[in-house]
Write a protein that binds this ligand. Structure first.
Ligand code: AVI
Length: 402
């Protein structure tokens, strides 16, 4: 799930309450001692480690501060054009609709990335972990329903898998299910706003282990470039020196394809946006009339992004959070942007956040990329015998054989 954007949190929420102490939750039957023992045991060189006894996942709740919904919405409504934070789209119904978007024929991103991760898992795992010792921990940001990480876990066999997500409701059951499917890798869920986290909490599974990051789904595209840069810098801090990050990024493609992907024939993308109006009506005493808006997804070439908006059908006045807001006919309310990066533009963005791109994998059509990044100033980043200069100058795409 998308975190709340870093810029909004750090700049606009100065008076947040201090975070309470950690509260580890053992999902039924779990034991930290067993997890610790497992994390410390590297497989014997050249041999196969005995499978540890299956163990339940563990959950830490860092109590992310509830969003100040009213203030953020009022700020967004006052912008020109009006624009609401994209994470607002993901209430329970929004999350369900987003999963349905992933099944629409026009929206290839989820399917293509899932297939790429499955097909290339052994190679991805080798490149991620090459030269890194002892056995690293894999940390996924915005892990959501943990639907992408399975093949990578199988291939990488990290010392532990740590899933960060803001939704406790989703994290608990997803971690439990993943742990059952991958009993050999201890699973730790951390409920937090990872866009607002300064460091990972102390935990035996994380002690003394190098960290590899995983951020699939092109979620970075839902942040504007300054926010995206801030988020990548934060990942570098959370993962620590010498870490690597595998990140999924969607690329620009033909306008018709992109606009269809974000405005599918079955109307699921539209329903996803309209659900936001229902949320505002419910949670902020709004009186939006969905019939007075139409949904639009438009490619903005100059900014290399899709702009999704609900467009007012006629001039009207809406009440929201006790205030009146007027819309002119044709005025958009931006629900979300989805930026698309070429390999080069993404590498430039990553470099501005202290990351160096060392390898890229793409699907057969070169629609999307999985970029492997390493921290620019890290000695460990040179592991594997490839010189940074060569790799930087020639990030050769590795295509799947069609
Ligand atoms: C989550 N994120 C990467 C999706 C995207 O493609 O930008 C969100 C989305 N919104 C509408 N369709 C998909």
């Amino acid at each position: 799930m998308l975190p709340r954007p870093p810029a909004d949190r750090t700049v606009a929420e100065p008076g947040r309450p201090p975070k309470p102490a950690l509260e580890p939750t053992k999902l039924p039957g779990s034991g930290t001692a067993a997890l610790k023992a497992n994390a410390e045991a590297d497989p014997p060189a050249g041999g196969v480690a005995a499978l540890p006894a299956p163990q339940p996942a563990e959950l830490l709740d860092l109590h992310p501060a509830p969003a100040d919904l009213e203030r953020l919405v009022l700020e967004g409504m006052a912008r020109q054009p009006r624009q609401l934070p994209a994470w607002l789209l993901y209430d329970a119904e929004g999350s369900r609709l987003f999963e349905a978007i992933g099944q629409q024929p026009e929206y290839g991103l989820t399917r293509q990335e899932t297939a790429l991760l499955r097909e290339r898992a052994p190679e991805l795992a080798r490149s991620l972990a090459e030269g890194i010792t002892p056995t690293p921990v894999l940390v996924e940001f915005g892990a959501g329903n943990l639907s992408k990480v399975g093949p990578l876990l199988e291939a990488l066999q990290p010392a532990a898998y740590v899933a960060l997500d803001i939704s406790l409701d989703q994290l608990g059951p997803s971690c439990r299910a993943l742990q059952e499917r991958h009993p050999a890798v201890p699973v730790l869920g951390i409920c937090c706003d990872y866009a607002d986290l300064d460091q990972l909490p102390p935990h035996p599974l994380l002690e003394g282990r190098p960290r590899l990051g995983f951020y699939p789904c092109s979620s970075l595209g839902n942040f504007d470039p300054p926010q995206a840069r801030a988020l990548l810098s934060r990942f570098a801090r959370l993962l620590g020196p010498g870490s690597r990050l595998l990140i999924g990024i969607d690329q620009p493609k033909a306008q018709e394809r992109l606009e269809a992907a974000y405005d599918d024939a079955a109307g699921v993308s539209a329903a996803f946006a309209f659900n936001l109006l229902r949320r505002l009506n419910r949670e902020l005493a709004g009186d939006f009339d969905p019939a007075a808006f139409t949904y639009r997804a438009r490619w903005e070439a100059a900014a290399s992004r899709i702009a999704m908006a609900l467009v007012s059908c006629h001039s009207q006045t809406v009440t929201l959070a006790g205030r009146r807001w007027s819309f002119t006919a044709g005025e958009p309310l931006i629900t979300e942007y989805s930026a698309k990066y070429t390999p080069e533009s993404f590498q430039t963005l990553a470099a501005a956040s202290g990351w160096r791109a060392i390898r890229r994998w793409c699907d057969g059509a070169d629609d999307l990329s999985l970029h492997l990044l390493t921290q620019a100033d890290s000695e460990t980043s040179r592991a594997g015998g490839e010189t940074p200069t060569q790799l930087h100058a020639d990030p050769t795409p590795m295509r799947n054989t069609p």
